[in-house]
Every structure is written in C-alpha cells, then in structure tokens.
Design a binder for this molecule. Structure first.
Ligand SMILES: Nc1ncnc2c1ncn2[C@@H]1O[C@H](COP(=O)(O)OP(=O)(O)OP(=O)(O)O)[C@@H](O)[C@H]1O
Length: 250
C-alpha cells in the first residue's frame, strides 16, 4: 500500500493577472509546503503584492490554478471564505487597536474567530486566558501585556499584529515586509519569531531587507515581471546573474 499523499499546502500554477493589458503576473507558478517558510524577493513592480492579492481572493486571476490543501480553489472563493480556510495576511503597516491593552488586542482577535457579536465585555473563558498567555510568550510581549498597544515600539506593534493573526489559527501566514522600519535588534528578533512560527505553520514573507532574509535562512523565490526568476537558497539566488542584474545589483 502506498503512503497517503499530503497535497502541497499552497499550489499556484500558470497564474496570470492583467491590468488594462499589462501583465502584473505572467504565468506565475509557486508551491508552498505545510510548515514551510518562504521568502519572496524582487524589485518594485515584480508582482509580489499582486500574488498575495490572488492568494487572499482580493484579485481574481485571468487564468491559472490556485489551490489550497489540494482541493480548495482560491480563484472562486471570496476573501472571507479564504480567511476561514486558514490563510491570514499581515500588511506592512500595523493595524492594532491603539487604545486597547496588548492582551485585549489578542482577546479581540481570538473572539473575532468565534463570532463578531462577542465583545471584550463578555467573560473570558479559561481557554481564552490560556491562549492569551501562550500568544504573549510567543510574540515576546508578556511583560507589556497591560500597556496600551499605541505605546508600543513599531517592532512590538508588528509582533502584536502577528500575534493577532496567530490568534485566528491560520495554516498559512502571508507577511508583507515585517522588518521595514525596525531596529537591527527588532529585525533579528522578528526573524527568530517567524522561524519559531514556521515550525508549525506555513509562512510566506515578502521582504526587501537582505540581512533579514539571510536570518530567516529559508528557500527564497525572486519574482521579476510577474513570474519566478530564480528559486533556491539565498546564496544560490544571490549568485544568479539575472537576479543581480534586475534586483540585487541595483
Ligand atoms: N490595480 C492595479 N491597476 C493597474 N496596475 C496595477 C494594479 N496593481 C498593481 N499594478 C501594477 O502591477 C505591477 C505589479 O505590482 P505589485 O504591487 O504586485 O508589485 P510588487 O512586487 O508588490 O512591488 P513593490 O515591491 O513595489 O510592492 C506593477 O507594475 C503595478 O504598477
């Protein structure tokens, strides 16, 4: 008897997206495994954001296949249904509730998963309390739990937002330029945090900061003109002449 085949978590094949005839994605193919972290690099306009938009249902491709867990067709589902499947996205600018405490932000994210009508004022269950403890530890904010989110440093806000994403229990996290605007220490800590998350969840990180990408120590995909230009270790991709020409050497 052959072993059961676990489908690739995210499978994009031959995805094309055109805006007024301009191909933002041009026959893009990419596969992400369960609990794999992948760094996406590439020059401005390469199609990184458009690719995230296709995965999350914000943009519909003109053609191509986009499957999640082998059977869910992302090209026909709406954004809410895709989030429900377990695909969470973090944009570059943190959007935390600044006037609420760190732990209340996490609580809101947990409750949001259960239904929009539960508020901060409904009683916290033991399970919720335990989950908040675990999340606070994970995002390194236990010591800051009672502070208003608005008082946190830029890096800490980013971690809180990652924690809010984790509270939704996604299987795949899409993270856009997490290191932008961070101090060197925060950047290094963020790489460690993402490596920790990627032990159990798939993570796709779009990033321009090559020091950060090196810290992630994962397979890298370089996009250019809407398709994959190179893929492999950072060293291999960095040594690719075309990658140097269109991106790294500029
Ligand atoms: N809604 C749109 N209408 C027209 N053109 C668009 C639209 N969205 C993106 N584009 C174009 O598609 C191309 C790919 O853009 P995209 O934002 O995906 O690139 P990117 O790799 O994320 O770039 P950056 O690193 O600057 O964020 C760009 O040339 C952009 O101008």
């Amino acid at each position: 008897m052959s072993a059961p085949v676990t489908p690739t978590l995210l499978y994009l094949d031959d995805i094309t997206v055109s805006f007024d005839g301009f191909r933002a994605l041009n026959s893009l193919s990419l596969a992400i495994d369960h609990a794999e972290m992948r760094a996406i690099i590439g020059p401005n306009g390469a199609g990184k954001t458009t690719m995230m938009d296709v995965i999350t249902g914000k943009t519909r491709p003109d053609q191509g296949t986009a499957l999640f867990e082998g059977s869910h067709d992302l090209t026909v589902l709406d954004e809410a249904a895709i989030a429900e499947l377990g695909i969470g996205r973090k944009f570059q600018t943190p959007t935390v509730f600044e006037m609420h405490s760190v732990e209340d932000n996490l609580l809101l994210a947990i409750k949001d998963k259960r239904g929009p009508f539960l508020t901060l004022f409904s009683r916290r269950t033991t399970l919720e309390r335990e989950r908040i403890e675990v999340l606070l530890e994970r995002i390194r904010l236990t010591a800051h739990r009672y502070r208003k989110a608005g008082e946190l440093s830029h890096g800490q806000k980013q971690w809180l937002e990652i924690g809010m994403l984790l509270a939704q229990e996604p299987k795949l996290l899409l993270i856009d330029e997490p290191a932008a605007g961070m101090t060197d220490q925060e950047t290094a800590d963020t790489a460690e945090l993402l490596r920790d998350i990627a032990k159990t969840k798939a993570v796709v990180v779009v990033e321009h900061d090559m020091t950060f990408v090196r810290d992630l120590n994962v397979k890298v995909t370089c996009l250019h003109d809407g398709s994959v230009l190179a893929e492999g270790s950072l060293d291999a991709v960095s040594a690719n002449e075309r990658v140097v020409e269109v991106y790294l050497g500029r």
